[in-house]
Design a protein. Structure first.
Ligand code: HEM
Length: 320
């Protein structure tokens, strides 16, 4: 398969960067789980949790300064695992950065990308503390989410630059140009949709705070016009995902683009289904988690496809 040639015989840097991408993606899932289960304040302090480096499993073991009423073992450990995986991502990014030294001269963009990921993850670690200290202010959660998605894409960009010499795809000049244009527009549309989505989430949190006794299934009714904008905009995402699929099949045979387009289409359709589940089934927490996770996936895949399209050469031959 066309994509396989990019993953064969990887160097230590390339393997580490790939693992880092996978664990960062997992962290976005866990972060969504923390939010959907309301476990964000499972640890009321930061970086420690109830004043300890390893939180207790029983309220009786809490330090005296803390109220046992405040303790919920599930939420505390959910938030604690989130922090542990966050630390793991931090170390993996540090390793990626250290291993990127060997590229400083040959491919400086690899070193630049790894340095940017390191700076972003340090900022994200600090921001995580601020999010907790702000009492989970919704605007802060949005920034935290945006930075997580940014880190993921910076890592994809960095890894891609380390394997770009393997890419020998070519396609017609017109097909290549149309694909690049479509992918740029698709990415912009997805980013705007992610921003609208986080506005829906912020509006939902405001409704939750303003009407404490209100049933969960009735929250959506009070969200206002941003919900309609977010729903309608997903059709635009779908239109460009279909166009990407069409162009990839037509001009990108022998390249990974048809596969990446198929993944983008499937993710878009699934995202719309999950969106409908959120609206019509009273915001099930599982749908919240996957809706956020797939949104992160939907930024990464077309971005990777764009990098491949930009790297391909205009020409008649199709080669993997
Ligand atoms: C097709 C592309 C779509 C993308 C990329 C997308 C993306 C997002 C994102 C990033 C969020 C914020 C999640 C968070 O911060 O945790 C969100 C929230 C939301 N979206 Fe979408 N969305 C899409 C389609 C839809 C559709 C079609 C609907 C409804 C029919 C919908 C309904 C919602 C709702 C109700 C929320 C708030 C959920 C929450 O608070 O967790 N979305 N969306």
């Amino acid at each position: 398969m066309a994509l396989r040639s990019l993953f064969k015989g990887l160097t230590l840097f390339q393997k580490t960067a790939l693992v880092t991408i996978a664990v960062t993606f997992l962290l976005i899932f866990i972060g969504g789980l923390v939010r959907a289960t309301g476990a964000g304040l499972g640890c009321p302090d930061w970086p420690k949790c109830f004043g300890l480096w390893i939180p207790p499993t029983n309220a009786a073991d809490l330090p005296e300064a803390y109220d046992p009423e405040q303790f919920n073992v599930f939420k505390t450990w959910m938030e604690y695992v989130n922090r542990l995986v966050g630390v793991l991502v931090g170390f993996l990014i540090l390793l990626t950065f250290v291993f990127s030294f060997r590229y400083v001269r040959r491919i400086p963009s690899v070193f630049i990308g790894a340095s940017a990921a390191l700076l972003l993850v340090l900022y994200q670690g600090w921001l995580g503390g601020q999010v907790v200290q702000s009492g989970l202010q919704s605007g802060m959660i949005t920034i935290h989410m945006v930075i997580a998605v940014l880190i993921l894409n910076v890592l994809v960009w960095t890894w891609f630059h380390s394997v770009k010499d393997r890419i020998r795809y070519s396609m017609s000049a017109r097909g290549r140009r149309n694909l690049i244009l479509t992918l740029v527009v698709l990415l912009i549309v997805i980013i705007v949709q992610v921003i609208f989505g986080s506005q829906v989430r912020e509006a939902l949190e405001m409704v939750k705070a303003a009407y404490p006794g209100l049933e969960r299934s009735l929250w959506m009714e009070r969200v206002g016009s941003i919900d309609m904008i977010h729903r309608s905009f997903s059709w635009l995402v779908l239109v460009f995902a279909v166009l990407f699929q069409y162009l990839a099949l037509r001009h990108g045979s022998g390249t990974p683009l048809p596969l990446l387009a198929g993944l983008t289409m499937a993710a878009t359709l699934l995202q719309m289904l999950l969106g409908a589940a959120l609206v019509y089934l009273g915001i099930p927490p599982a749908a919240q988690v996957f809706h956020l996770w797939i949104a992160a996936f939907m930024t990464g895949v077309p971005f990777f496809a764009l990098l491949i399209a930009l790297r391909s050469r205009p020409g008649p031959a199709y080669r993997a």
